[in-house]
Design a protein. Sequence first.
Length: 84
Amino acid sequence: MLTGLGNGTSGIDLDDTSVLGTLDPRIARPILEGIGSGIDTVFLILGGLGLLAVLVSLTIREKPKSQPSDGPNTDSQEQLAATE
């Protein structure tokens, strides 16, 4: 009975959900509710993380760009001129 399960050749396609439409509604209902509940949880978590990401991106301030200096080592040149 379980000979095909070891190497994946059992003939059961786990990605094919069309069989749920042919099942007895008493059997299919708990499966469909479980799938729906799982998807709801995933969307709620991802929605919360998305909202958190937007709030964090709105609160981060941009670091101001530094002004370019007149030349290399202007502070050192000013200190040398003051000591002479």
